[in-house]
Design a protein around this ligand. Structure first.
Ligand code: AMP
Length: 504
C-alpha cells in the first residue's frame, strides 16, 4: 500500500473531492501533498514548483475549500466580492488556471472568471461587475478594470502570484506592486507565491508579500523536469527545417510543439512547414486571441502535427501527454529552456525535448548546460539530405523577394567582357554578430520589447497607414488607446511601467 495521502485524507470537502475524482485524479502530486494542508490552514506559501507539477490544484483546491462556506446564490454583486485573486503573467496561463478552478469548483457554488488583455474589455465588464469570488487575471488588464471601477479588491482574502519569475522577466513587477497596494493589509490576507526559479529579486518580492511563509519546493531549483529526455543536434540554421521534417517523418512524430524566438520567425516557419506537407499552425502575440485559441484547440485535439510557438504565447500551455518539444532556436534566457521543455513530461508522463543548435547558438547551449548542471546529449548528425533536396525553397525575408524573378536575359558579348575586379566582400556575419542597425534587428527588438509584456497594446501602424480596419471582430479588438480610457475615468494616472510599449 502507498503511504501517500489520498485527496480524502487531506480533508478536502466532499463537493471538491467529487470534482477531483471526475477530473480523473487519484493521488495528489507531491506539490499537492505539501501545499494543500498548508493553504487549508491559512498559512502563506512560497512555492518552488515547475510547470506541470499539478501546482494549480495545489493552490486551487484548498482555496475552494476555504471559500466554499461563503458561496451563495444571491443575485446581488455585493454578495460576491472578489475573495481570491490569482495573477498570472500570460493570458494562456490565466485561461488555463481559471478553467481548472472552474472544473474543481463546479459543485461548490462559487463564481470565478478570468480577465486578460488583447480583447475588448467591454465583454469582461458585465461578468466582473456581476460579482465573482475567484478572479484570475493578468496584471495589465486587472489595472484596466480597476480604472473602470469594475473590480474592488478591498475584500480579497487570498492573493496568489503565479509564475512570479516570469512576471519579473516580463516587467510586471511595478503593476503587481500597484495591485498589492489596493489589497487589504498583508497581515489580513493569505498570500501564495509560486515561481519555478528564485532569483534575488523574487526573494525580495517574497519578503514584501509573504508573512512567515512555509517554503515548499518539489523540484530542485532550476532543474528541468526529470521525466523529459533532453537531447540536441548541431545543425546550421539553414538546415534546421530539413532536419525537423526528417525527424517528424522518420519518427512518426505527432503533436510537436516547436519553439522559435520571434513572431515573424514563427509565422514564416509555419508557412514553410505547411508547404513541406506537415499540418502546422503558429501561435504568437500578433495573432488574435481567437486565432490562438483555435490553433491551440486543433493542436490539443491532435489535428495539427506541428504547432510553432514563441515563448510568450506558449507560456503555461497545458497539453495532455504532449510527446515532443523542439527548440528550433535556443532561447537567449536559459530559464526559458526550462519553461519550454516543461510543456512535455507533465504530471509524471515521459516526454522528449530536442534542441537544434546552430554554431552561433553554442553559447546559449553552454548557458543552459551551466544552469542544468549537466550536459545535454548531442546526437550524431542525421542524414536529412533527401529532405534538404526536396523541400520547398525557403522564403526570403525581404519584402518583394517572394516574387519569382524573371529569367535573366542572354548576355550580350559586350556584357561578357571581363569585369573590373570586385571590392573584397565584408566577412559574413551571423545575425547575432551583425550591427544592431538592420531592419531585422529593429523588428526583433520591437518584438522582444512587446514580448516582455503582451498585455500592452501593440502599435500597428500598418493598418492605419493603409486606412484599413484590421480584420478582427469588434469585440476582440485590442483595448482602446489610452487617451480614450482616460477621458472616461477621473484617474489621471497611467498605470503601466513607463518602460513598456504603450499605444500611440
Ligand atoms: P499544472 O502544473 O497545474 O499545470 O498541472 C499539470 C497537469 O497535471 C494538468 O493537466 C492537470 O490536469 C494534471 N494534474 C494535476 N493534478 C493531478 C493529479 N493529482 N493527478 C493527475 N493529474 C493531475
Amino acid at each position: 500500500m502507498s503511504s501517500e495521502p489520498s485527496f480524502t485524507e487531506l480533508g478536502l470537502r466532499p463537493e471538491i473531492l467529487r470534482a477531483v475524482a471526475e477530473a480523473g485524479y487519484t493521488t495528489p502530486t507531491p506539490i499537492q501533498q505539501q501545499a494543500i494542508p498548508v493553504v487549508m490552514a491559512g498559512r502563506d506559501v512560497m512555492g518552488g514548483a515547475q510547470t506541470g507539477t499539478g501546482k494549480t490544484a495545489g493552490f486551487g483546491l484548498p482555496i475552494l475549500h476555504r471559500l466554499a462556506p461563503q458561496a451563495n446564490t444571491s443575485p446581488s454583486p455585493a454578495r460576491h466580492p472578489v475573495r481570491a485573486l490569482i495573477l498570472t503573467p500570460t493570458r494562456e496561463l490565466a485561461i488555463q488556471v481559471e478553467e481548472s478552478i472552474r472544473e474543481y469548483g463546479k459543485y461548490t457554488g462559487l463564481r470565478s472568471t478570468v480577465v486578460y488583455g488583447g480583447v475588448d474589455i467591454k465583454q469582461q465588464l458585465p461578468i466582473v461587475r456581476g460579482g465573482v469570488e475567484i478572479l484570475v487575471a493578468t496584471p495589465g488588464r486587472l489595472l484596466d478594470h480597476i480604472e473602470h471601477k469594475s473590480v474592488y479588491l478591498g475584500q480579497v482574502e487570498i492573493f496568489v502570484l503565479d509564475e512570479a519569475d516570469r512576471m519579473l522577466d516580463m516587467g510586471f513587477i511595478p503593476d503587481i506592486k500597484r495591485i498589492m497596494a489596493l489589497l487589504p493589509p498583508a497581515a489580513k490576507r493569505q498570500n501564495l507565491l509560486f515561481s519555478a526559479t528564485f532569483s534575488g529579486e523574487i526573494k525580495k518580492l517574497a519578503d514584501e508579500l509573504l508573512n512567515a511563509p512555509q517554503l515548499i519546493e518539489v523540484a530542485r531549483r532550476n532543474t528541468a523536469a526529470e521525466t523529459v529526455d533532453q537531447s540536441a543536434y548541431r545543425v546550421p540554421q539553414e538546415d534546421k527545417r530539413a532536419l525537423l521534417v526528417h525527424l517528424v517523418r522518420s519518427r512518426n512524430y505527432w503533436q510537436v510543439l516547436c519553439f522559435v524566438r520571434t513572431k515573424h520567425g514563427a509565422s514564416r516557419l509555419a508557412r514553410q512547414l505547411e508547404k513541406d506537407g506537415l499540418i502546422t499552425s503558429a501561435i504568437h502575440g500578433d495573432k488574435t486571441q481567437v486565432a490562438r485559441l483555435e490553433a491551440l484547440t486543433a493542436f490539443k485535439e491532435g489535428k495539427l502535427q506541428v504547432l510553432v510557438a514563441t515563448d510568450v504565447a506558449a507560456r503555461g500551455l497545458d497539453i495532455d501527454n504532449l510527446p515532443v518539444v523542439m527548440n528550433y532556436e535556443l532561447p537567449h534566457v536559459p530559464e526559458d529552456y526550462i519553461h519550454r521543455i516543461g510543456r512535455t513530461g507533465r504530471a509524471g508522463a515521459s516526454g522528449v525535448a530536442i534542441s537544434f543548435v546552430d554554431p552561433a547558438e553554442e553559447k546559449h547551449l553552454a548557458e543552459i548546460e551551466r544552469m542544468l548542471k549537466k550536459k545535454v546529449l548531442v546526437h550524431q548528425p542525421e542524414d536529412y539530405s533527401l529532405e534538404k533536396a526536396t523541400l520547398a525553397p525557403a522564403e526570403r525575408r525581404e519584402r518583394g523577394a517572394r516574387t519569382t524573378r524573371a529569367p535573366r536575359p542572354e548576355r550580350s558579348d559586350a556584357a561578357r567582357a571581363p569585369r573590373a575586379p570586385r571590392a573584397p566582400r565584408a566577412p559574413a556575419v551571423t545575425p547575432d554578430e551583425s550591427p544592431r542597425t538592420t531592419h531585422d534587428d529593429r523588428m526583433r527588438e520591437r518584438e522582444e520589447a512587446y514580448a516582455r509584456n503582451p498585455d500592452q497594446p501593440l502599435q500597428r501602424p500598418v493598418a492605419r497607414a493603409f486606412g484599413k480596419a484590421p480584420e478582427v471582430p469588434m469585440l476582440l479588438r485590442k483595448r482602446p488607446a489610452l487617451p480614450a480610457l482616460l477621458e472616461s475615468t477621473p484617474t489621471p494616472q497611467r498605470l503601466t511601467d513607463p518602460a513598456e510599449p504603450v499605444a500611440s
